[in-house]
Design a protein around this ligand. Structure first.
Ligand code: NOJ
Length: 558
């Protein structure tokens, strides 16, 4: 297997608005990030992924960009950003930036021009259509509720927005637009960044016919994804981007790709095809959702997770590369979702980390994950700030007839603000995130869960991550070893092997709060030595059986 630095790296995602505020305005900023680089260095991560820091009216917290080549005022200046990059490089870490080019903000100069007239030179930078029978051009639904089309009086046409109405979709059919995007990417790369995380990049190619989606239930708006997820020209566009830009730099590229299957992922990440290094799949994030989507709650099922992860691990082995994550700024906190954030918070957070970091792929740590931050339960809907959550609540409770209680339960379980409450630095007011009023309230558990406590306590989740990350550097098997599922039918314990050269690792993770007698009979696994475990007195050798404690994780080397 081809060795690459980005396979050996661990990436840490920063959501700048919620990371660290340096000037007391209640909003995280770039200087705040710079202040915390030594903390990240101590953790041992290699790469920082910065969620968008560009100029933006913040309809979707920076994922609506009004100028791709400038820094959001609330976050600081270009000088602050340049200093951040220099300080990151000085510590021998790397920086990847978010690339959001499926859509821009409606306040971007291109869109301001585009909406002026049908013959404006920027008209075709976006996707405009006349209405059909006095209605929207088709029945597609926006990810953030309602129609994916917005009517604009100026020219009596509609524009497409797969996300909020302030996020018009860019028209990738237009070569001029593509060239502008490529030059912008080069401009950032020439400043010295080390790669891109590409926002919903597999949505950029739409079926030019923009057909109605089948709608047997006669709903006002329905999905439409089959006409733009992994759309007709997607591989052509990515190969062009690769040839024009990516191939000219030694960088990490990861495409966020909702709706990409493992077969799609092979096409996107096979190095021979020259597209991207890896993608973020959504499949394992969707396992606890019903047919109506993310708010349609289903219990978490370990067998489904095993089946899914195994499909990706074996499917991409020797072909492409996996990215590994259990949470990010769009997903609930992993310890609340897959572990137990009450009596076994410490154990289950470490267990999940072990499970993830021992898989084949590049692990991503989302800010606060390393100290076991949890979901939040705000009393009132007014305490929430996320556009997806607020639009959904309006549609279902205010305009629809679902109960407040039921919808709040789904927000507590799946809402994006779970991940966006400010980073908990210490036990002082507002968790040391800001001296002002935080833009989103801090999780009230910050007195028990914060970075200061975690760094002081050698038994903390933080130090466990540090060990896991350090082990990756010493054990190429953690990076390159082949994955093999064992004990497939066990619905409580997830165990698997990694094999590399003449070594084998056995990973055993108890996904329950119960004690479990666990054994395996195998000639190859006679006597193993403990590599890492999440209980202090874990058995140092493994000879075939072990009694697992709640959420216990054990890794043995043979
Ligand atoms: C995916 C991003 O991760 C999410 O935060 C954002 O709302 C959408 N793409 C739209 O940019």
């Amino acid at each position: 297997m081809h060795k690459q630095w980005w396979k050996e790296s661990v990436v840490y995602q920063i959501y700048p608005r919620s990371f660290k505020d340096s000037n007391g305005d209640g909003i995280g900023d770039i200087k705040g990030i710079t202040e915390k680089l030594d903390y990240l260095k101590e953790l041992g991560i290699d790469v920082i992924w910065l969620s968008p820091v560009y100029q933006s009216p913040n309809d979707d917290n920076g994922y609506d960009i009004s100028n791709y080549q400038s820094i959001m005022d609330e976050f600081g200046t270009m000088g602050d950003w340049e200093n951040l990059l220099a300080e990151i490089h000085k510590r021998d870490m790397k920086l990847i930036m978010d690339l959001v080019v499926n859509h821009s903000s409606d306040e971007h100069a291109w869109f301001i021009e585009s909406r002026k007239s049908k013959d404006n030179p920027y008209r075709d930078y976006y996707i405009w259509r006349p209405g059909k029978d006095g209605k929207e051009p088709n029945n597609w639904e926006s990810t953030f509720s309602g129609s994916a089309w917005e009517y604009d009086e100026v020219t009596d046409e509609y524009f497409l927005h797969l996300f909020s109405r302030k996020q018009p979709d860019l028209n990738w059919e237009n070569e001029k637009l593509r060239d502008e995007v490529y030059s912008m990417m080069k401009w950032w790369l020439d400043k010295g960044i080390d790669g891109f995380r590409m926002d919903v990049i597999n949505l950029i190619s739409k079926d030019p016919e923009l057909p109605d989606a089948p709608n047997p239930e006669g709903r006002p708006y329905v999905g439409g994804g089959q006409y733009y997820v992994n759309g007709p020209r997607i591989h052509e566009y990515l190969q062009e981007m690769n040839q024009e830009v990516l191939s000219q730099y030694d960088i990490l590229t990861v495409g966020e790709m909702p709706g990409a299957s493992v077969e799609d992922a092979k096409l996107y990440t096979d190095p021979e095809r020259h597209e991207v290094n890896m993608i973020f799949t959504f499949e394992h994030m969707d396992l606890d959702s019903g047919p109506k989507g993310k708010w349609d709650l289903r219990p978490f099922n370990l067998l489904a997770l095993k089946e899914n992860i195994t499909k990706w691990q074996t499917g991409l082995h020797g072909v492409g590369w996996n990215s590994l994550y259990l949470n990010n700024h769009d997903q609930p906190r992993m310890v609340s979702r897959f572990g137990n954030d009450k009596e076994y918070r410490l154990e289950s957070a470490k267990m999940l980390a072990t499970f993830l970091h021992l898989l084949q792929g590049t692990p991503y740590v989302y800010q606060g994950e390393e100290i076991g931050m949890t979901n939040v339960r705000f009393e009132s809907i007014d305490q929430y700030k996320d556009i997806e959550t607020l639009n959904m609540y309006r549609e279902k409770v205010i305009e629809g007839n679902e109960s407040h209680e039921k919808v709040m339960e789904s927000i507590y379980t799946k809402g994006r603000d779970n991940a966006r409450t400010p980073m908990q630095w210490d036990a002082s007011e507002h968790a040391g995130f800001t001296t002002g009023t935080p833009w989103l309230e801090v999780n009230p558990n910050f007195k028990e869960i914060n970075a200061e406590l975690a760094v002081q306590d050698e038994n903390s989740i933080f130090h466990y991550y540090r060990k896991l990350i350090a082990l990756r550097k010493e054990n190429p098997i953690m990076v390159y070893g082949e994955y093999q599922l064992i004990d497939e039918e066990n619905d409580k314990v997830y165990s698997y092997l990694r094999k590399y050269e003449d070594q084998t690792l056995l990973v055993i993770t108890n996904f329950t709060g119960q004690e479990i007698a666990y054994g395996i009979q195998s000639e190859d696994l006679k006597r193993g030595n403990l590599l890492i475990g999440n209980y202090q007195d874990a058995p140092v050798t493994f000879t075939g059986s072990v009694t697992l404690r709640p959420y216990e994780a054990l890794v043995y080397k043979f």
